[in-house]
Design a protein around this ligand. Structure first.
Ligand SMILES: NC(=O)c1ccc[n+]([C@@H]2O[C@H](COP(=O)([O-])OP(=O)(O)OC[C@H]3O[C@@H](n4cnc5c(N)ncnc54)[C@H](O)[C@@H]3O)[C@@H](O)[C@H]2O)c1
Ligand SMILES: [Zn+2]
Ligand SMILES: [Zn+2]
Length: 382
């Protein structure tokens, strides 16, 4: 089969690999019909995530058709159209039984901090991902769900990560009626977080980025007020000014460790790898929340971090909430919002790229060229 293969930072290509085999009785093999490239994949592509091994295949957002099932699989049949959450989880451990699927204790022998994620380095379990023609899906009776017949594959693939994660970010913000919500980052995740904030009662939603075309999308897709941080000496001071000097009730950080906006920290983190990333966006989030406000962190960070304004967060009495999104927990509510037309996830898709051209896809997304917001890959000539 054809699969995306990592050869080192900024070096990926399509190679022939063996079709994955059933390794455990509850595995399924899925023929991928649509996959996507996530902002998180860029951290891998840039060499930011520890233990990203040469030869591995990325891709944690995918949908497809069940090709083969192991002998103990009961709920999936070959031929079924399925959507697969980015988390790999057992469904029965201490964490899974509390709905904390992203914190599953049984799927990642390499780490205690993080569960299993498709195509996301050996730090996240060493599973191959779905930017390929076929993918092995462990715990096939637990993670995947049939795609409802009324749902398009493009909407479904957006529901395997970006949409539930944005929605989850708004949930973690514990938004009260009339709250002012600031979202840092106008990527797919931030855009959905901003849109979801209205659903949870926000009275004002503000989105911050430096890419004008994405801020435009924040205005049309999420009906947000937007500011370009490059136009202000200090975006935090500006946010204080427009919130009566108090700051936002809730801040959602949807940027992560490769934030731009402070050259020294960017060089120290992204270029010199002195720490697990740049805390610029995280610090802006802490600074622009009002005292006793809530900061919800969706952005991905490496394990070791300094220069985070933790003392200020403590003195302000902030509530800090964060996690990888437990995707499947969000589905019932999100299915309703998609079905009733409030959310149209595929509106975020700007590019559709054959798997063979994946290197261009990563280059385009990484450099935010051609007004790229979300790229879909179409393996198997779909
Ligand atoms: N918690 C989870 O479960 C989860 C799931 C998916 C993605 N993520 C993470 O969420 C983050 C966003 O993902 P995405 O797919 O939307 O990525 P993306 O790369 O498309 O978007 C990131 C956006 O942040 C902007 N940005 C950079 N520096 C900024 C700053 N200082 N202030 C404001 N905006 C800034 C960029 O211009 C870009 O538009 C990534 O870190 C990703 O790893 C987390
Ligand atoms: Zn992702
Ligand atoms: Zn579990």
């Amino acid at each position: 089969m054809k699969a995306m293969v990592y050869r080192g930072p900024y070096e990926i290509r399509v190679e022939d690999k063996d079709i994955p085999r059933i390794e455990h009785p509850n595995d399924a093999i899925v023929r991928v019909t649509r996959a996507a490239i996530c902002g998180s994949d860029l951290h891998l592509y840039h060499g930011m995530i520890p233990d990203t091994r040469v030869g591995s295949t990325f891709g944690h957002e995918f949908v497809g058709v069940v090709h083969e099932v192991g002998p103990s699989v009961q709920h999936l049949m070959p031929g079924a159209r399925v959507m697969v959450p980015f988390n790999i989880f057992c469904g029965t451990c201490y964490f899974c039984s509390r709905g904390l699927y992203s914190n599953c204790h049984n799927v990642n022998p390499n780490a205690t901090a993080v569960g299993g994620i498709y195509g996301y380095s050996h730090t996240c379990g060493g599973y191959d991902g779905g930017q390929a023609e076929f993918v092995r899906v462990p715990f096939a009776d637990v993670g995947p769900s049939p795609i409802p017949e009324w749902m398009s594959e493009e909407d479904a693939v957006m529901l395997t990560d970006a949409v539930p994660t944005g929605y989850f970010g708004a949930q973690l913000g514990d938004i009260g009626e009339g709250d002012t919500v600031v979202v840092f980052g106008a990527g797919p995740v931030g855009l959905v977080a901003a849109k979801s904030a209205w659903l949870m009662g926000a009275g004002r939603v503000i989105v911050i980025d430096h890419l004008e075309y994405r801020l435009e999308k924040a205005r049309t897709f999420a009906h947000a007020e937007t500011y370009n941080f490059l136009e202000y000496d200090d975006i935090v001071v500006h946010l204080k000014k427009i919130t009566e000097g108090l700051g936002a009730d809730v801040v959602i950080e949807a940027v992560g460790a490769e934030a731009v906006g402070n050259l020294t920290q960017h060089v120290a983190a992204a270029k010199l790898k002195l720490q697990g990333g740049s805390p610029v966006a995280l610090n802006w989030a802490i600074d622009s929340a009002r005292k006793a406000g809530t900061v919800s962190v969706l952005g991905a960070y490496g394990p070791i971090f300094s220069a985070v304004k933790f003392g200020d967060a403590m003195q302000k009495g902030l509530t800090l909430r964060m996690n990888q999104c437990p995707v499947k927990r969000q589905w019932p509510r999100l299915f309703e919002h998609v079905r009733n037309g409030y959310l149209k996830p595929s509106d975020l898709i700007t590019h559709r790229i054959p798997l063979e051209h994946i290197a261009e896809g990563y280059h385009l997304f990484s450099n935010k060229l051609d007004n790229c917001i979300k790229s879909l890959l179409t393996p198997n000539g779909a």
